[in-house]
Design a protein around this ligand. Structure first.
Ligand SMILES: [Zn+2]
Length: 89
């Protein structure tokens, strides 16, 4: 015979997200957009191993950057690094 007891399981859910560039806080990773809006930004690097049954994360670097800072700050910065010179490839 099995006897069961009720337990409470704690879950983590996203409460808010703060842009790493402008430090504004938003209620979701939709960055203040409506329920049907797409406002997805992603700046991350993950290294590790992906086996059939397990994934081993070696290093993960994630920046949360809002769409405004992505477009007005990150994109111009990255474009400023483009030289157009492909002679070293
Ligand atoms: Zn921002």
């Amino acid at each position: 015979m099995r006897f069961y007891k009720e337990i409470q399981v704690k879950e983590r859910s996203l409460d808010s997200v703060r842009c790493d560039m402008c430090w504004k806080t938003f209620s979701s990773l939709n960055w203040g957009g409506g329920a049907y809006d797409i406002n997805d930004t992603s700046v991350c690097m993950t290294t590790g191993k992906d086996y059939v049954d397990d994934i081993y994360i070696n290093e993960e670097i994630v920046f949360d950057i809002c769409p405004t800072c992505f477009k007005n700050g990150l994109v111009p910065f990255i474009k400023s690094k483009f030289t157009g010179d492909k002679s070293e490839d």
